[in-house]
Design a protein around this ligand. Structure first.
Ligand code: GRF
Length: 207
């Protein structure tokens, strides 16, 4: 039997997507193990969630290690030492460089709260509301060198209601995030994702 996939998560904030992945691994839905959670913010709730789940939680503050290059160096070392085969960004608020990505080719995933390529970048839910779209959603994608840009794995659509605020819309999108991120990681962990150009094909089960 092939070895279980080892996952490292990078998170900056409250970590509800991290929690969805932790729960997915625990229940067996995702046949993989989260072995380390790294944050650029020592007070991130995500680190507490990791500790509560008995998972190693590490803070690396860029300002303490010579900036983002130092953060990436430390993070790569940490992830490699733990033989991580997949890096999941879950509300990680910094942009990773090409030199980080080349250490994990096609092995870094991200979740974004819009239907990409619409509304990349910060405050995607506010952007969608202000633009006036009637449908928005969320996207899990492979990470490449451009922000919120790499090949798309799964998307979920969420209707925008007349009376939506940024908060109410974000909440409705978040529910879908918690559904599709574990699903995408499960597909990765079971070897069912094949990247062809910009397209990600989902292979049938058991191939
Ligand atoms: C989510 O909306 C995610 O799509 C975006 O950042 C937010 C993180 O939320 N990338 P959480 O920390 O997972 O609760």
């Amino acid at each position: 039997m092939s070895e279980r996939l080892r996952i490292g998560v990078l998170a900056s904030g409250r970590g509800t997507n991290l929690q969805a992945l932790l729960d997915g691994c625990k229940s067996g839905f995702i046949p993989a193990e989260i072995v380390v959670v790294i944050s650029d913010r020592p007070n991130a709730m995500a680190l507490q969630r990791a500790r509560s789940a008995g998972i190693e939680a590490i803070a690396i503050e860029p300002s303490q290690v010579g900036g983002m290059a130092g953060f990436e160096r430390e993070a790569v070392r940490t992830l490699k030492e733990r033989q991580v085969g997949l890096v999941c960004l879950a509300g990680f608020m910094r942009v990773l460089s090409a030199s980080f990505l080349k250490e994990f080719p096609n092995r870094v995933l991200n979740i974004h709260p819009s239907l990409l390529p619409s509304f990349p970048g910060l405050e995607a839910q506010r952007q969608a509301l202000e633009y006036g779209v009637k449908i928005t959603g969320c996207t899990v994608h492979f990470v490449d060198e451009q922000v919120d840009h790499g090949p798309i794995i799964i998307q979920a659509a969420v209707p925008v209601r007349e009376d939506d605020t940024v908060e109410s819309l974000s909440e409705r999108i978040l529910k879908e995030e918690h559904r599709i991120y574990p699903e995408a990681v499960r597909l990765f962990a079971t070897g069912r994702l094949k990247i062809i150009g910009r397209r990600v094909c989902i292979l049938p089960e058991g191939e």
